[in-house]
Ligand binder design. Structure first.
Ligand SMILES: [Zn+2]
Ligand SMILES: [Zn+2]
Length: 254
């Protein structure tokens, strides 16, 4: 090959981090941002906390700064301009819900992965109203919840393990595939877990690292109630998934 031939080669731009594809984008079963950050960290053999601290936030700070709830864009000359048109709601307890924290991570991840589809991994700002219209209930749950049978099925099928965004919705109490209550206590250490932690792995307990693909021996009263009134709970889950379809449609048409 001659040097002049090199000019003819089209070499796509390289991303600093893996351009990891999020799971089930454009479906109601889309992956949540927390799950994506955990999988991306694992692909780079670091913890989510290290990925955020050493890569995502430094990258975010190259282009933006924050004071209070106001975000500023950093210009080429170093000056900052407030981006008042940008919606910067309060911090949310759950990173899977759009808020100032989720926005920072999304903006940091974009240039690092060169992906444009990561916005789909958070519940959008106007979701409260849509979800309330559909289910009459408020939005996001405070603690992590999962379906052990989903994890087990993906392990058997060698499907990548992930945690769908709709598991973060408080109204979702039952798995629409396995008709069993979502779990929120580890089957080994019995602890509940915050939605995100710096040393978290998908499908593993963030307290004791045990796999979450089995059920606890004892069933809680809440789980029993969900199991005995499964049809009613499934109806609500279907309504939530309909709302997710609607967001997909809205984001595709804007
Ligand atoms: Zn399931
Ligand atoms: Zn545990």
């Amino acid at each position: 090959m001659f040097p002049e031939d090199l000019d003819l080669l089209h070499i796509p731009k390289r991303s600093r981090l893996y351009c990891l594809e999020p799971i089930a984008v454009a479906t109601p079963y889309v992956e949540g941002l927390i799950s994506y950050i955990c999988r991306l960290a694992e692909a780079h053999c670091v913890s989510p906390g290290v990925l955020i601290k050493q890569e995502i936030l430094p990258c975010f700070r190259k282009s933006y700064s924050i004071s209070g709830n106001i975000a500023y864009r950093v210009q080429d000359d170093g000056a900052t301009v407030s981006i008042s048109s940008f919606r910067t709601p309060q911090y949310r307890k759950n990173l899977n819900e759009y808020g100032l924290l989720a926005w920072q991570y999304l903006e940091g991840l974009k240039p690092l992965t060169l992906r444009e589809d990561l916005q789909a991994l958070v519940i959008p700002p106007d979701a409260n109203k849509i979800l309330q219209d559909h289910t009459g209930k408020t939005l996001i749950r405070e603690f992590r919840a999962w379906c052990p049978d989903c994890f087990q099925a993906w392990l058997v099928d060698e499907h990548p393990l992930y945690e769908p965004l709709f598991w973060s919705v408080a109204a979702v109490t039952i798995c629409p595939f396995h008709y069993k209550p979502l779990q929120s206590r580890c089957p080994y250490c019995d602890k509940i877990q915050r939605p995100f932690s710096a040393r978290m792995y998908v499908a593993r307990c963030s307290q004791c690292s045990a796999w979450l693909n089995i059920y606890k021996k004892d069933t809680s009263k809440i789980e029993l109630a969900v199991a005995t009134e499964a049809e009613g709970h499934l109806r609500v889950v279907r309504q939530v998934l309909e709302a997710f379809k609607l967001w997909n449609h809205l984001s595709a048409t804007h």
